[in-house]
Design a protein around this ligand. Sequence first.
Ligand code: ATP
Length: 430
Amino acid sequence: MEKIVSLAKRRGFVFPSSEIYGGFGSCYDFGPLGVEMKNNIKKAWWDEMLKKHEDIVGLDAAILMSPKVWQASGHLTAGFADELVECKKCHHRFRLDEIQNSQCLECGGELIKSRKFNLMMKTFVGSVENEATLTYLRAETCQGIYVNFKNVLQTMRLKIPFGIAQIGKAFRNEITPKDFIYRTREFEQMELQWFCAPKTADKFFDYWKKERINWYLNLGIKKADLRVKEVPKNELPHYAKRALDIEYKFPFGWKEIEGVHNRGDWDLSNHSRNSGEDLKYEGYFPYIIETSVGVDRSLFAFLCDAYIEVSGGRTKTTKATKEVETMLKFHKSLAPIKVAVLPLVKNKPAIIKKAEEVYQILKPHFNCQYDETDSIGRRYRRQDEIGTVFCLTIDFESLEKNDLTIRNRDTMKQERVKIKNIKECLEKLL
Ligand code: ATP
Protein backbone atom coordinates (compact mmCIF):
# COMPACT_ATOMS: atom_id res chain seq x y z
CA MET A 1 0.00 0.00 0.00
CA GLU A 2 2.76 2.45 0.97
CA LYS A 3 4.64 1.67 -2.24
CA ILE A 4 1.56 2.30 -4.37
CA VAL A 5 0.72 5.56 -2.61
CA SER A 6 4.30 6.71 -2.97
CA LEU A 7 4.45 5.79 -6.66
CA ALA A 8 1.13 7.55 -7.25
CA LYS A 9 2.56 10.76 -5.76
CA ARG A 10 6.06 10.50 -7.22
CA ARG A 11 4.90 9.87 -10.77
CA GLY A 12 2.02 12.35 -10.90
CA PHE A 13 -1.06 10.18 -10.46
CA VAL A 14 -2.47 11.46 -7.16
CA PHE A 15 -1.50 14.38 -4.90
CA PRO A 16 -2.96 15.26 -1.49
CA SER A 17 -5.28 18.26 -1.88
CA SER A 18 -3.97 21.67 -0.74
CA GLU A 19 -0.67 20.02 0.10
CA ILE A 20 1.32 23.24 0.55
CA TYR A 21 -1.14 24.16 3.34
CA GLY A 22 -0.75 20.80 5.02
CA GLY A 23 -3.45 18.95 3.09
CA PHE A 24 -7.21 19.02 3.47
CA GLY A 25 -9.48 16.45 5.11
CA SER A 26 -9.01 13.47 2.85
CA CYS A 27 -9.40 15.21 -0.47
CA TYR A 28 -7.07 14.31 -3.31
CA ASP A 29 -6.05 15.90 -6.60
CA PHE A 30 -5.37 13.87 -9.70
CA GLY A 31 -2.09 14.78 -11.37
CA PRO A 32 -1.23 14.73 -15.08
CA LEU A 33 -1.15 10.92 -15.27
CA GLY A 34 -4.04 10.47 -12.84
CA VAL A 35 -6.39 12.63 -14.87
CA GLU A 36 -5.53 10.71 -18.06
CA MET A 37 -6.22 7.43 -16.32
CA LYS A 38 -9.45 8.71 -14.84
CA ASN A 39 -10.60 9.86 -18.28
CA ASN A 40 -9.71 6.44 -19.70
CA ILE A 41 -11.77 4.68 -17.01
CA LYS A 42 -14.72 6.97 -17.60
CA LYS A 43 -14.50 6.44 -21.36
CA ALA A 44 -14.30 2.65 -20.92
CA TRP A 45 -17.44 2.76 -18.75
CA TRP A 46 -19.33 5.18 -20.97
CA ASP A 47 -18.56 3.17 -24.11
CA GLU A 48 -19.53 -0.04 -22.34
CA MET A 49 -22.91 1.43 -21.44
CA LEU A 50 -23.79 3.51 -24.48
CA LYS A 51 -21.98 1.86 -27.36
CA LYS A 52 -22.50 -1.75 -26.36
CA HIS A 53 -26.17 -1.27 -25.49
CA GLU A 54 -28.83 0.25 -27.75
CA ASP A 55 -31.24 1.07 -24.96
CA ILE A 56 -29.07 3.24 -22.71
CA VAL A 57 -28.84 7.02 -22.93
CA GLY A 58 -26.67 9.51 -21.04
CA LEU A 59 -27.37 12.39 -18.69
CA ASP A 60 -25.40 15.10 -16.89
CA ALA A 61 -27.54 16.52 -14.08
CA ALA A 62 -26.50 19.39 -11.79
CA ILE A 63 -24.71 18.73 -8.51
CA LEU A 64 -26.99 21.19 -6.72
CA MET A 65 -30.63 20.18 -6.55
CA SER A 66 -33.73 21.24 -4.67
CA PRO A 67 -33.48 20.08 -1.04
CA LYS A 68 -36.92 18.54 -1.59
CA VAL A 69 -35.17 15.84 -3.63
CA TRP A 70 -33.13 14.77 -0.59
CA GLN A 71 -36.18 14.90 1.65
CA ALA A 72 -38.01 12.54 -0.69
CA SER A 73 -35.06 10.22 -1.22
CA GLY A 74 -34.65 9.57 2.50
CA HIS A 75 -31.17 11.12 2.66
CA LEU A 76 -32.12 13.72 5.26
CA THR A 77 -33.64 11.19 7.59
CA ALA A 78 -32.12 8.14 9.20
CA GLY A 79 -31.61 6.49 5.82
CA PHE A 80 -28.32 8.19 5.07
CA ALA A 81 -26.60 8.36 8.40
CA ASP A 82 -23.72 6.41 9.84
CA GLU A 83 -23.80 5.12 13.39
CA LEU A 84 -21.08 7.02 15.22
CA VAL A 85 -19.24 6.75 18.54
CA GLU A 86 -16.96 9.38 20.08
CA CYS A 87 -14.00 9.05 22.45
CA LYS A 88 -14.54 10.81 25.77
CA LYS A 89 -10.85 11.66 26.02
CA CYS A 90 -9.51 12.61 22.58
CA HIS A 91 -12.92 13.19 20.88
CA HIS A 92 -11.97 11.07 17.90
CA ARG A 93 -15.02 9.74 16.06
CA PHE A 94 -15.46 6.24 14.67
CA ARG A 95 -18.06 4.38 12.69
CA LEU A 96 -19.76 1.83 14.89
CA ASP A 97 -18.84 -0.96 12.49
CA GLU A 98 -15.12 -0.17 12.97
CA ILE A 99 -15.08 -0.70 16.72
CA GLN A 100 -14.14 -4.14 18.02
CA ASN A 101 -14.51 -3.38 21.74
CA SER A 102 -15.55 -0.29 23.66
CA GLN A 103 -12.11 1.39 23.53
CA CYS A 104 -10.92 4.27 21.37
CA LEU A 105 -8.75 3.05 18.48
CA GLU A 106 -6.53 6.15 18.83
CA CYS A 107 -5.89 6.53 22.57
CA GLY A 108 -7.65 3.60 24.24
CA GLY A 109 -10.07 6.00 25.96
CA GLU A 110 -13.69 5.30 26.78
CA LEU A 111 -16.25 5.66 24.00
CA ILE A 112 -19.48 7.59 24.38
CA LYS A 113 -22.68 5.89 23.25
CA SER A 114 -23.52 5.87 19.57
CA ARG A 115 -25.58 8.40 17.67
CA LYS A 116 -26.54 8.93 14.05
CA PHE A 117 -24.45 11.25 11.93
CA ASN A 118 -25.81 12.47 8.60
CA LEU A 119 -23.34 12.41 5.72
CA MET A 120 -24.92 15.10 3.54
CA MET A 121 -22.76 18.20 2.98
CA LYS A 122 -24.61 21.42 3.55
CA THR A 123 -24.33 24.53 1.47
CA PHE A 124 -26.32 27.73 0.89
CA VAL A 125 -27.58 28.86 -2.47
CA GLY A 126 -28.10 32.60 -2.82
CA SER A 127 -26.95 35.66 -0.92
CA VAL A 128 -28.49 34.86 2.48
CA GLU A 129 -27.51 31.99 4.71
CA ASN A 130 -30.66 30.67 6.34
CA GLU A 131 -33.01 27.66 6.39
CA ALA A 132 -34.64 28.82 3.18
CA THR A 133 -31.41 28.83 1.17
CA LEU A 134 -29.98 25.66 2.68
CA THR A 135 -29.33 22.81 0.30
CA TYR A 136 -26.87 19.95 -0.07
CA LEU A 137 -24.13 18.78 -2.36
CA ARG A 138 -25.43 15.58 -3.91
CA ALA A 139 -24.38 12.45 -2.06
CA GLU A 140 -25.03 10.23 -5.06
CA THR A 141 -25.53 11.01 -8.70
CA CYS A 142 -28.60 8.83 -9.25
CA GLN A 143 -31.18 11.25 -7.81
CA GLY A 144 -30.55 13.50 -10.81
CA ILE A 145 -31.55 10.58 -13.00
CA TYR A 146 -34.78 9.81 -11.12
CA VAL A 147 -36.04 13.38 -11.21
CA ASN A 148 -35.33 13.47 -14.95
CA PHE A 149 -36.99 10.11 -15.63
CA LYS A 150 -39.99 11.64 -17.41
CA ASN A 151 -37.93 14.22 -19.34
CA VAL A 152 -35.65 11.53 -20.73
CA LEU A 153 -38.45 9.04 -21.41
CA GLN A 154 -40.45 11.57 -23.39
CA THR A 155 -37.70 13.40 -25.26
CA MET A 156 -35.98 10.20 -26.35
CA ARG A 157 -39.25 8.30 -26.99
CA LEU A 158 -37.99 5.32 -25.02
CA LYS A 159 -39.78 2.13 -24.05
CA ILE A 160 -39.15 0.11 -20.94
CA PRO A 161 -36.73 -1.56 -20.37
CA PHE A 162 -34.10 1.16 -20.83
CA GLY A 163 -31.22 2.69 -18.93
CA ILE A 164 -29.87 6.13 -18.07
CA ALA A 165 -26.12 6.42 -17.46
CA GLN A 166 -24.37 9.25 -15.67
CA ILE A 167 -20.89 10.12 -14.46
CA GLY A 168 -20.34 12.88 -11.94
CA LYS A 169 -19.12 14.13 -8.60
CA ALA A 170 -20.69 13.16 -5.30
CA PHE A 171 -19.90 14.37 -1.78
CA ARG A 172 -20.21 12.66 1.58
CA ASN A 173 -19.07 13.98 4.91
CA GLU A 174 -17.48 10.62 5.74
CA ILE A 175 -16.61 10.29 9.42
CA THR A 176 -13.58 8.13 8.85
CA PRO A 177 -12.21 8.73 5.39
CA LYS A 178 -9.20 6.49 4.95
CA ASP A 179 -7.11 4.16 2.86
CA PHE A 180 -5.86 6.78 0.40
CA ILE A 181 -8.45 7.38 -2.32
CA TYR A 182 -10.63 4.45 -1.23
CA ARG A 183 -12.91 6.54 0.97
CA THR A 184 -12.86 10.28 0.39
CA ARG A 185 -15.27 13.13 0.98
CA GLU A 186 -15.41 14.19 -2.66
CA PHE A 187 -15.46 11.49 -5.31
CA GLU A 188 -16.86 10.64 -8.69
CA GLN A 189 -19.48 8.01 -9.47
CA MET A 190 -20.46 6.17 -12.62
CA GLU A 191 -24.02 5.04 -12.28
CA LEU A 192 -26.47 3.18 -14.48
CA GLN A 193 -30.15 3.21 -13.60
CA TRP A 194 -32.00 0.50 -15.51
CA PHE A 195 -35.78 0.92 -15.58
CA CYS A 196 -37.77 -2.27 -16.04
CA ALA A 197 -41.07 -4.00 -15.38
CA PRO A 198 -41.22 -5.39 -11.81
CA LYS A 199 -41.46 -9.02 -12.88
CA THR A 200 -38.28 -8.72 -14.99
CA ALA A 201 -36.20 -7.14 -12.18
CA ASP A 202 -34.58 -10.39 -10.97
CA LYS A 203 -33.56 -11.34 -14.50
CA PHE A 204 -31.97 -7.94 -15.11
CA PHE A 205 -30.28 -7.95 -11.71
CA ASP A 206 -28.45 -11.14 -12.70
CA TYR A 207 -27.70 -9.74 -16.15
CA TRP A 208 -26.13 -6.56 -14.79
CA LYS A 209 -24.17 -8.43 -12.15
CA LYS A 210 -22.49 -10.49 -14.90
CA GLU A 211 -21.99 -7.50 -17.17
CA ARG A 212 -20.29 -5.51 -14.46
CA ILE A 213 -17.95 -8.31 -13.39
CA ASN A 214 -16.96 -8.87 -17.00
CA TRP A 215 -16.16 -5.19 -17.40
CA TYR A 216 -13.42 -5.46 -14.76
CA LEU A 217 -12.10 -8.74 -16.15
CA ASN A 218 -11.98 -7.33 -19.68
CA LEU A 219 -9.96 -4.40 -18.36
CA GLY A 220 -7.37 -6.73 -16.92
CA ILE A 221 -8.39 -7.17 -13.28
CA LYS A 222 -7.36 -10.65 -12.17
CA LYS A 223 -10.24 -13.03 -11.50
CA ALA A 224 -8.73 -14.03 -8.16
CA ASP A 225 -8.83 -10.40 -6.99
CA LEU A 226 -12.55 -9.98 -7.55
CA ARG A 227 -15.51 -11.45 -5.67
CA VAL A 228 -19.19 -10.86 -5.16
CA LYS A 229 -20.84 -10.48 -1.78
CA GLU A 230 -24.60 -10.69 -1.49
CA VAL A 231 -25.77 -8.16 1.12
CA PRO A 232 -27.80 -9.95 3.84
CA LYS A 233 -31.45 -8.87 4.17
CA ASN A 234 -30.91 -7.21 7.57
CA GLU A 235 -28.07 -5.03 6.19
CA LEU A 236 -29.84 -3.81 3.05
CA PRO A 237 -29.80 -0.04 2.45
CA HIS A 238 -33.17 1.66 3.02
CA TYR A 239 -34.03 1.76 -0.69
CA ALA A 240 -33.01 -1.76 -1.72
CA LYS A 241 -34.91 -4.99 -2.21
CA ARG A 242 -31.70 -6.83 -3.04
CA ALA A 243 -28.06 -5.72 -3.15
CA LEU A 244 -24.66 -7.11 -3.85
CA ASP A 245 -21.18 -5.68 -3.53
CA ILE A 246 -18.50 -6.36 -6.10
CA GLU A 247 -15.38 -6.51 -3.96
CA TYR A 248 -11.73 -6.11 -4.85
CA LYS A 249 -8.81 -7.54 -2.91
CA PHE A 250 -7.07 -4.31 -1.86
CA PRO A 251 -3.77 -4.37 0.07
CA PHE A 252 -5.89 -3.67 3.18
CA GLY A 253 -8.40 -6.45 2.50
CA TRP A 254 -11.51 -7.26 0.48
CA LYS A 255 -13.53 -4.08 -0.01
CA GLU A 256 -16.48 -2.93 -2.10
CA ILE A 257 -15.76 -1.22 -5.39
CA GLU A 258 -19.22 -1.37 -6.90
CA GLY A 259 -22.78 -1.94 -5.76
CA VAL A 260 -25.53 -3.59 -7.78
CA HIS A 261 -28.96 -2.87 -6.33
CA ASN A 262 -32.55 -3.74 -7.01
CA ARG A 263 -34.17 -0.51 -5.79
CA GLY A 264 -37.70 -1.68 -6.55
CA ASP A 265 -40.11 1.23 -7.05
CA TRP A 266 -38.73 3.15 -4.04
CA ASP A 267 -37.38 6.08 -6.02
CA LEU A 268 -40.07 6.74 -8.61
CA SER A 269 -42.96 6.19 -6.20
CA ASN A 270 -41.38 8.46 -3.56
CA HIS A 271 -40.63 11.23 -6.05
CA SER A 272 -44.13 10.88 -7.47
CA ARG A 273 -45.72 11.23 -4.05
CA ASN A 274 -43.52 14.13 -2.98
CA SER A 275 -43.50 16.12 -6.21
CA GLY A 276 -47.07 15.49 -7.29
CA GLU A 277 -45.79 14.50 -10.75
CA ASP A 278 -47.03 11.17 -12.05
CA LEU A 279 -43.91 9.12 -12.76
CA LYS A 280 -45.73 5.93 -13.70
CA TYR A 281 -45.17 4.18 -16.98
CA GLU A 282 -48.22 2.44 -18.52
CA GLY A 283 -49.90 2.56 -15.12
CA TYR A 284 -47.10 1.17 -12.94
CA PHE A 285 -43.89 2.36 -11.30
CA PRO A 286 -40.93 0.76 -13.06
CA TYR A 287 -38.41 -1.08 -10.90
CA ILE A 288 -34.83 0.13 -10.99
CA ILE A 289 -31.69 -1.96 -11.18
CA GLU A 290 -28.73 0.21 -10.32
CA THR A 291 -25.03 -0.34 -10.86
CA SER A 292 -22.87 2.19 -9.02
CA VAL A 293 -19.09 2.45 -9.02
CA GLY A 294 -16.65 5.09 -7.86
CA VAL A 295 -14.20 6.36 -10.49
CA ASP A 296 -11.56 7.03 -7.83
CA ARG A 297 -12.12 3.73 -6.05
CA SER A 298 -11.96 1.72 -9.28
CA LEU A 299 -8.84 3.67 -10.34
CA PHE A 300 -7.27 2.58 -7.06
CA ALA A 301 -8.19 -1.04 -7.79
CA PHE A 302 -6.78 -0.83 -11.33
CA LEU A 303 -3.61 0.71 -9.91
CA CYS A 304 -3.19 -2.04 -7.30
CA ASP A 305 -3.89 -4.79 -9.79
CA ALA A 306 -1.41 -3.46 -12.33
CA TYR A 307 1.39 -2.99 -9.78
CA ILE A 308 4.17 -5.59 -9.94
CA GLU A 309 7.77 -5.80 -8.87
CA VAL A 310 10.26 -7.74 -10.96
CA SER A 311 13.63 -8.75 -9.62
CA GLY A 312 16.49 -10.29 -11.52
CA GLY A 313 16.60 -7.59 -14.15
CA ARG A 314 14.19 -7.41 -17.06
CA THR A 315 16.50 -4.94 -18.72
CA LYS A 316 19.64 -7.05 -18.58
CA THR A 317 21.99 -4.67 -20.33
CA THR A 318 21.69 -1.82 -17.86
CA LYS A 319 23.55 -1.01 -14.69
CA ALA A 320 20.22 -1.08 -12.95
CA THR A 321 19.96 -4.84 -13.32
CA LYS A 322 20.33 -5.55 -9.64
CA GLU A 323 17.54 -3.26 -8.56
CA VAL A 324 13.96 -4.41 -8.19
CA GLU A 325 11.99 -3.09 -11.14
CA THR A 326 8.51 -1.64 -10.59
CA MET A 327 5.91 -1.90 -13.31
CA LEU A 328 2.32 -0.92 -13.85
CA LYS A 329 0.91 -3.52 -16.20
CA PHE A 330 -2.19 -1.54 -17.11
CA HIS A 331 -4.63 -2.69 -19.73
CA LYS A 332 -3.66 -0.72 -22.85
CA SER A 333 -6.92 1.24 -22.83
CA LEU A 334 -6.36 2.46 -19.25
CA ALA A 335 -2.65 3.30 -19.49
CA PRO A 336 -2.25 7.08 -19.18
CA ILE A 337 0.68 7.17 -21.61
CA LYS A 338 0.45 4.94 -24.67
CA VAL A 339 3.76 5.68 -26.35
CA ALA A 340 7.19 7.03 -25.39
CA VAL A 341 9.57 8.34 -28.02
CA LEU A 342 13.21 7.83 -27.05
CA PRO A 343 16.30 8.83 -29.03
CA LEU A 344 19.00 6.23 -28.28
CA VAL A 345 21.59 8.89 -27.50
CA LYS A 346 21.41 12.55 -26.69
CA ASN A 347 24.58 13.79 -28.35
CA LYS A 348 23.76 12.96 -31.95
CA PRO A 349 21.69 15.82 -33.46
CA ALA A 350 20.46 13.71 -36.41
CA ILE A 351 18.98 11.14 -34.01
CA ILE A 352 17.37 13.81 -31.85
CA LYS A 353 15.90 15.46 -34.95
CA LYS A 354 14.39 12.20 -36.18
CA ALA A 355 13.00 11.38 -32.75
CA GLU A 356 11.37 14.80 -32.57
CA GLU A 357 9.83 14.21 -36.00
CA VAL A 358 8.34 10.91 -34.81
CA TYR A 359 7.02 12.60 -31.67
CA GLN A 360 5.31 15.31 -33.73
CA ILE A 361 3.70 12.69 -36.01
CA LEU A 362 2.26 10.75 -33.08
CA LYS A 363 1.44 13.45 -30.53
CA PRO A 364 -1.92 14.53 -32.00
CA HIS A 365 -3.15 10.92 -32.04
CA PHE A 366 -1.83 9.22 -28.90
CA ASN A 367 -0.84 10.23 -25.40
CA CYS A 368 2.91 10.44 -25.91
CA GLN A 369 5.98 11.30 -23.89
CA TYR A 370 9.34 12.35 -25.28
CA ASP A 371 12.36 11.54 -23.13
CA GLU A 372 16.07 11.95 -23.89
CA THR A 373 17.69 12.02 -20.44
CA ASP A 374 19.62 9.10 -18.87
CA SER A 375 20.58 5.76 -20.35
CA ILE A 376 18.08 3.99 -22.57
CA GLY A 377 17.68 1.25 -19.93
CA ARG A 378 16.76 3.81 -17.27
CA ARG A 379 14.27 5.42 -19.61
CA TYR A 380 12.59 2.06 -20.39
CA ARG A 381 12.25 1.48 -16.67
CA ARG A 382 10.78 4.92 -16.06
CA GLN A 383 8.17 4.19 -18.71
CA ASP A 384 7.46 0.69 -17.34
CA GLU A 385 6.91 2.25 -13.94
CA ILE A 386 4.01 4.35 -15.26
CA GLY A 387 2.68 1.58 -17.49
CA THR A 388 3.51 3.09 -20.91
CA VAL A 389 2.42 0.50 -23.44
CA PHE A 390 5.08 1.00 -26.14
CA CYS A 391 8.52 2.58 -26.27
CA LEU A 392 9.85 3.72 -29.65
CA THR A 393 13.60 4.02 -29.97
CA ILE A 394 15.38 5.90 -32.69
CA ASP A 395 18.95 4.62 -33.15
CA PHE A 396 21.84 4.88 -35.64
CA GLU A 397 20.26 2.40 -38.01
CA SER A 398 17.10 4.56 -38.05
CA LEU A 399 19.08 7.29 -39.82
CA GLU A 400 19.83 5.01 -42.77
CA LYS A 401 16.63 3.00 -42.88
CA ASN A 402 14.06 5.55 -41.75
CA ASP A 403 12.73 3.17 -39.17
CA LEU A 404 12.64 2.68 -35.39
CA THR A 405 12.26 -0.11 -32.87
CA ILE A 406 9.01 -0.61 -31.08
CA ARG A 407 9.28 -2.24 -27.67
CA ASN A 408 6.35 -3.99 -26.03
CA ARG A 409 6.14 -3.26 -22.26
CA ASP A 410 5.02 -6.74 -21.24
CA THR A 411 7.04 -9.01 -23.55
CA MET A 412 9.95 -6.57 -24.03
CA LYS A 413 10.07 -7.80 -27.62
CA GLN A 414 11.50 -5.27 -30.03
CA GLU A 415 10.64 -5.00 -33.70
CA ARG A 416 11.72 -2.60 -36.41
CA VAL A 417 8.97 -0.59 -38.08
CA LYS A 418 9.26 2.00 -40.86
CA ILE A 419 8.56 5.51 -39.60
CA LYS A 420 6.00 6.06 -42.36
CA ASN A 421 4.00 3.10 -41.03
CA ILE A 422 4.31 3.78 -37.29
CA LYS A 423 1.03 5.66 -36.81
CA GLU A 424 -0.98 2.93 -38.52
CA CYS A 425 0.96 0.25 -36.66
CA LEU A 426 0.19 1.83 -33.26
CA GLU A 427 -3.45 2.35 -34.17
CA LYS A 428 -3.72 -1.39 -34.80
CA LEU A 429 -1.85 -2.38 -31.65
CA LEU A 430 -3.71 0.00 -29.35
P1 ATP B 1 -19.27 2.22 1.55
O1 ATP B 1 -20.01 1.10 2.26
O2 ATP B 1 -17.86 1.86 1.15
O3 ATP B 1 -19.39 3.55 2.23
P2 ATP B 1 -21.58 2.52 0.02
O4 ATP B 1 -22.18 1.16 0.10
O5 ATP B 1 -22.12 3.62 0.84
O6 ATP B 1 -20.00 2.42 0.18
P3 ATP B 1 -22.76 3.28 -2.44
O7 ATP B 1 -23.59 4.32 -1.82
O8 ATP B 1 -23.41 2.03 -2.90
O9 ATP B 1 -21.55 2.95 -1.48
O10 ATP B 1 -21.91 3.95 -3.59
C1 ATP B 1 -21.54 3.26 -4.77
C2 ATP B 1 -20.08 3.35 -5.05
O11 ATP B 1 -19.60 4.69 -4.94
C3 ATP B 1 -19.19 2.56 -4.10
O12 ATP B 1 -19.13 1.22 -4.46
C4 ATP B 1 -17.86 3.27 -4.28
O13 ATP B 1 -17.20 2.78 -5.43
C5 ATP B 1 -18.26 4.70 -4.48
N1 ATP B 1 -18.14 5.43 -3.21
C6 ATP B 1 -19.07 5.56 -2.24
N2 ATP B 1 -18.62 6.31 -1.22
C7 ATP B 1 -17.35 6.66 -1.55
C8 ATP B 1 -16.34 7.44 -0.91
N3 ATP B 1 -16.54 8.02 0.27
N4 ATP B 1 -15.14 7.60 -1.53
C9 ATP B 1 -14.92 7.03 -2.73
N5 ATP B 1 -15.84 6.30 -3.39
C10 ATP B 1 -17.04 6.11 -2.82
